[in-house]
Structure formats: C-alpha cells, structure tokens
Design a protein around this ligand. Sequence first.
Ligand code: MLT
Ligand code: MN
Ligand code: ZN
Length: 334
Amino acid sequence: GRPFFLNFQSLTFRQICPPRSTRFFFEVALVKIHVLGSAAGGGFPQWNCNCPQCAAVRGGSPNHLPRTQSSIAVSANAQDWLLVNASPDVLQQIKSFPGLQPARALRDTGIGAVMLMDAQIDHTTGLLMLREHRQKLPLYCHPLVREDLSTGNPLFKVLSHYCDIDWHDVQLQTAFQVPGLSGLHFQALPLISNAPPYSPHRDKPQPGDNVGLSVKDEASGKTLFYAPGLGQMEPHVWQAMQQADCVLVDGTLWTDDEMIALGASKKTSRSMGHMPQSGPDGMIEWLDKLPAGVRKILIHINNTNPILDASSPQRQTLAQHGIEVAFDGMEITL
Ligand code: MLT
Ligand code: MN
Ligand code: ZN
C-alpha cells in the first residue's frame, strides 16, 4: 500500500497493524504467490558446503543470491495466506515477509492454513517452529504424508504436545477449497518423485507421497501449477501444466549426475525424484513444449546447480528458453 490515502481510519489501522491492513484498502483481489524460499534442501549456501557456489555466496558475490529452503505462500486477497510447505527456514521467511506477520491480535498470523506437498525434511520441519500457534492449525496433506510424519518421522506426534492440528486429508485429483482462503480452488495431482528416507515408500513411489498443486483463482480464472519435486512427466501432470498460466516447477539439478561429478553425493537427480533441467526428457525440453504465454519458473534449486550463478552460461540458456529462476521474495501475480 502507498500512503496517499491517509485518513484518520487508515492511520489508526496502520498503527495497530502496520503492513497488512493497508493492502486491504488499495489492492485488487488477484491471486498472489509469494516465494518464501527458492532453494532445495540445504539452502544456499548450505551450512557444511564449500562448493564453488556456496563459497561464492559467503564471499558476497553479486551473481549469487542467498536462498532459503523451498516454500511459497498463496493468497487471493493478500491478507490470508496458504503456506505451501513449512521449511526449516520458516521463521526467517516470516521475518522477511510482512504478509505472514501478526497484525490483528496479541497472538496472530497471516498464515490461514498449511499445505504439504510431501513429507521431506525441507518441506515439513518448519511446522515445529509454528508450535506457538494459539488456534488449531489447519493442515492439509495426503494421508501417506500424514502417515510418514506420524511414524518414520513422528513430527506430528511431537507437534501435538504444543499445538492442536485441524486435519484435512487431501484427496488426489479432487477439487477442494480451504476455509478462510475464499476465491481459491485447489487440486492435488500425484507426482512420481521420491518419498523421504524414513518412509517405507523410499524408492518405491506411491500415489500421494508427492503431489503437485493446481491453484485456480475464481476472480481471474488464472491457474498456477506448483511442483517443487517432479521426477518424471506423466500425462495428467502434462495436461495440468498446459492448462496453467504459470508453472512453478522442480529446478533442483541441472544435470542428472551433477552431485556425483562434484563428489558431493552418489545419487543421481532422477533417483532422488528430480528431473534434471538439461538433456533428453529434461525439464527444459518439456517447458519448451508448453503453449506460448505460459510463464515458466524454476524453484527448489540445489546449491550445486550452476543456474544459481546469474552469470553462468546455463542461466543464459534458461533465458533463451524464456525460463525464469525463482528467488526469495519473488512475487507472482496472476
Ligand atoms: C529432496 O527434495 O530430494 C529432499 O528434500 C532432499 C533432502 O532434503 O534431503
Ligand atoms: Mn526437497
Ligand atoms: Zn554448495
């Protein structure tokens, strides 16, 4: 909001609840996506990594922006937000985004509900940081994710000692709405990716372990497709991507053997459930086939990925293909 419309009422509101209330006065309802974190698990720089890129961020290189772990917030009114994935960096992300900060009561949050795409550490650990929530926390996830986070990694059991959870099982390929987030229609699609190491489904993906999310804005009719972990294209996923106005998808690794070549890991990109960008059947090849006008953005980018260097030839290649790289604080309006 801009302070050109100051009357007594808005001043009073600004004093009580600074950033969010002003938006109420000035902004039109259009779906807004705020990128809270754009890096893959580990973040950028990763705490224990000395790869040339992590070293460059620490050294303050202007071509290497620091990034927190992958999470977005979605809203139709810029007041009430759905937190999609709860990253270990959620407290830092809330600090840097006033939209999620308390504004209306002594204990308050702009987070109206939380949705989880999978049960991985980088998408769920932040829930423990939200344990001071005073009301029941509305939580949306697939039953398999709920199971992994109640058994192999009993995060929900731990959380329940601090904060009640208002459970909502997300069914696949079924449209649903989230109370408090009126104007948005959601649909989760099963994705072939990978379950976490503490899941009985590790390396044996089951429908529901990983989902992609379509978010449709009632007012504008525009749709976002979000899939931070996408290992393999399937017809139903491809259809959803073609129907979207913006795809915000897996940008983890540039090459399938990137971590192996660097000596950082023995795992390929595909075995971890992430389609690499380059090469045959890679993400660039798929994004090239989308209808003209679909906005294409990569998110969940690993610290080893050369696209995190804004001066790299790989980043230039993306630009030539009309593909953007998400950054922390990026705002997408549809
Ligand atoms: C993944 O996306 O494959 C996982 O989040 C990796 C991890 O965090 O260990
Ligand atoms: Mn991840
Ligand atoms: Zn690194």
